[in-house]
Structures are given as C-alpha cells and as structure tokens.
Design a protein around this ligand. Structure first.
Ligand code: ASP
Length: 417
C-alpha cells in the first residue's frame, strides 16, 4: 500500500474504532450479548492482541540488530560518546521541561481544589525501584536473559558492545557486520509487512478498548483530565515544535505529517515499546535520520524518555496535594521535577507504568500514595495521549542529534513529503 494511503487508512481505522466502540459502550450490552461475546471480547480483542504481540515480537531483534549495525558504523570512539551524551542531555532536558510546564499550569489551574476524597483505598502501590537498582539494571549479566525479558537498556548495552567489537576484529568483524546488515533489512521488511495490516490492527484495538471504557470518570475528574490534555498539547505544539524548528532546522508541520502514523500507533497501543519498530522505521525512512543515530536514540528514547508521562505525573502530584490539602512548597516542587525526571528513566514503555512510578514521586515529597486511586479512572485514556507525546519527544531529539552530527538525509526527508 502506498504510504499516503496507509496513513489515511490508519486514521480511518482509528476513528471508526473510537466511534463504533463508544456506540457499543453506550448500548450497555449485557455480558452474554452475542455482540459482546463474539465481536468485542472475541474477534476484535483477538485481532488487537495479535497486532500488539506481533509488534512486540520485532522489538528485541530489531533493536539488537539495528543498533549493533549502527554502533559498528560509528566504531565507538569520540563520535559515539558525543552522540550518547547529547542524546542523554536532550532527553533529560525535554523531560524536565515537560514536568516544569505541567507544574506551572497545574498550580495555576488548581485541578484538585474541592475534590472529595472518598474511595481512596483501592490502589495498592507496587514498590518502586531504588535509584541504585535502576543503575545496576542497565548492565546485563546474560544477554539471552536480557532479550527474553525484553530488558531494553541491557539489550542496548550489549548491542553497542557487539557493534564496537565488530570494528576491532578485522575480517571476522566485517563478516559479522555483513550478516547483521542482511538481518537488519530482513527485519525491516517484517515491520513493513506488519504496517500494511495496521489499519485493521488499530481498528480492533480501539473498538475493543472503547467498548469497555466509560467516560463518566472524566466528568468527575474533568479539571484534572483537561489540565493534563492541555499541557500535553502545549508541550507537543510549543516545546517540541520549537525544538524541531530551531534545534533541527526543520518545519514542525512537515515532521509531524511524516510522523503521524507513529503517533497513531502509540495512541492505539499505549506503549512506546510496542511502537518502537514503527518509530525506528519511520525515523530512518521518512524523517531521514541515518541508522547510526536512529538505532541508538530511538530505542533509548522509548525506554527512558517519557515527556508525556512526566506531564501526567506533574499534574497528578499537584492534584493529589490539593485533594489531600498538603502544601508541598517550593522545595517539594523542585523535588518533583528531579524525581519525575529520574522516574521517567525507570518507567518501562508499556501501558500504565507511569502510575506505578508516580508512587515513587509521591513518596519522595511525602504525599499519600493512595491518592493515585483518585485518578486511576481516567488514566487509560490519558495513557494513550501521553504515549503519543512520549514517542514524539524521541523523534525530536533524534532529529536534533542527527542534524548536529551530519547524519541526516535531506533527500529521504523530501521524498517522504
Ligand atoms: N504508556 C507509556 C509509554 O509506553 C508509559 C506510561 O506513561 O505509563 O510510553
């Protein structure tokens, strides 16, 4: 299917899924209604699940092969260190900017004022990881285990080591590199095959989700919900757009036009991780970022860069503080910026994890973790929106790094327009 038609069909699939799903929800179907049993919880749920499973199938092989190729082209040394440092700093910067904006808007809007805190006992916080274990967890002790568990940071470290070693062992290295390049092409082909059925996959995911998702919680939590949505929008259309314009010297509209299918996948799957194969493919083949940069920045971003999640955590912290009548003060806000930025590094790119790491932020500033129960009702929908922002932050940084390192292919970018 031609790329333009594919984008259009994905958007049609999304829209149909949301509209039909909402209609089914409003019909309030009984649990044994055949539409619910055979279509919503049967066929559509099955189709959506197969689609996400297939996306996930490609994540580990793609990241490993693509990054090993990329690292072997850079050959370790100073350019690799520079790219790594730039990427990390930019990711930290975008996340800190996102959360600062969230705190600013939330303290202005006061989303938690006048909230009745009944019913806060149902959320049981999972224990959040300590900083030491987050750092230790970057280093793999068994590459197969890291791959089997989908531990992306460890897979990234191993792939970089393989890539660097390739450059240091002459002919043997070149032979391995040749094989890896072939594998890279092969897996990219699999990504393309999967993309061609994406409109159906996205439709199935959204229709089964929206058939079961109520909107009444949004009415109760309207101010909180809208505040998160507005800050997500400002971060997307101002912060990231300015970075694309002045950091990468590209038109934000032109970038978003090429990147919109990735946002649609992120919205439909609520997972930066499951979206990763499509993100990588699009950033390389439509935005023109060369493999050496994309293969490092994109998997790393899907794992540690969560601007949208940080925004939710910022607004949620202010909301919970106000709902419980606690004043966390200026020092508290600075602490939130620091911990939410670190928490986003420890947040895996899968649905709903942002709420778990929110517990870590709340604990840091002495707020009751049970407060999470207040916002859980609207989190599924917010998760979809924030994941779309999360993956856009990754592409923004990737473009800036690529432009500054002369690893950007203008021809590919122009051709995809
Ligand atoms: N679902 C988000 C992601 O995958 C993480 C979160 O905020 O829960 O990017």
């Amino acid at each position: 299917m031609e790329a333009k038609n594919l984008t259009r069909n994905i958007l049609i699939g999304m829209l149909l899924g949301v509209v039909l799903g909402s209609i089914f929800y409003s019909m309030d179907l009984a649990a044994d209604n055949p539409i619910k049993v055979f279509l919503i919880d049967g066929l559509f749920d099955l189709g959506g699940s197969i689609f996400v499973i297939s996306l996930k199938l490609l994540v580990v092989p793609l990241v490993f092969v693509s990054l090993a190729c990329g690292a072997s082209n850079l050959g370790g040394g100073s350019s690799m260190g520079r790219i790594g440092l730039k990427t990390l700093l930019l990711y930290l910067f975008t996340t800190a900017a996102a959360i600062s904006l969230a705190l600013l808007v939330a303290t202005f809007v006061n989303p938690g004022e006048g909230i009745n805190m009944a019913n806060t006992s149902e959320f049981v916080a999972k224990e959040s990881p300590s900083l030491k274990s987050v750092i230790l967890n970057i280093f793999p002790n068994n590459p197969i285990q890291a791959m089997a568990e989908g531990n992306m940071l460890q897979v990234i470290v191993f792939a970089i080591l393989v890539g660097i070693s390739i450059t240091k062992c002459g002919d043997a290295g070149q032979r391995v590199k040749g094989h890896l390049n072939d594998w890279n092409e092969l897996i990219m082909r699999m990504v393309m095959m999967l993309m061609s059925v994406a409109p159906i996959g996205v439709f199935c995911l959204l229709i089964s989700l929206f058939s079961n998702m109520g909107f009444t919680a949004i009415i109760d939590l309207f101010t909180y919900f809208i505040t998160v949505v507005v800050v997500l929008f400002i971060h997307f259309s101002v912060t990231l757009a300015l970075m694309i314009r002045f950091g990468a010297g590209l038109s934000p509209l032109a970038v978003i036009k090429r990147y919109s299918p990735v946002m649609a996948y992120a919205f439909s799957t609520s997972s930066s991780n499951a979206t990763l194969p499509i993100t990588l493919k699009t950033v390389e083949h439509k935005l023109g970022v060369k493999n050496e940069v994309a293969s490092f920045t994109i998997p790393l971003g899907a794992t540690i860069n969560m601007d949208g999640t940080a925004i939710m955590q910022g607004v949620a912290t202010v909301f919970i503080a106000q709902a419980f009548n606690v004043d966390i003060g200026m020092a508290g806000y600075l602490m939130v910026i620091l911990t939410a930025t670190l928490a986003s590094i420890g947040t895996a790119g899968v649905p709903g994890v942002g709420l778990i790491t929110l517990a870590m932020v709340l604990q840091q500033v002495g707020l009751p973790v049970e407060g999470i129960a207040l916002i859980i009702g609207v989190d599924r929908l917010l998760d979809m929106l924030r994941t779309a922002v999360n993956v856009t932050g990754d592409a923004t940084v990737s473009l800036i790094v690529a432009r500054s390192e002369d690893k950007f292919d203008q021809e590919i970018f122009d051709k995809a327009g």
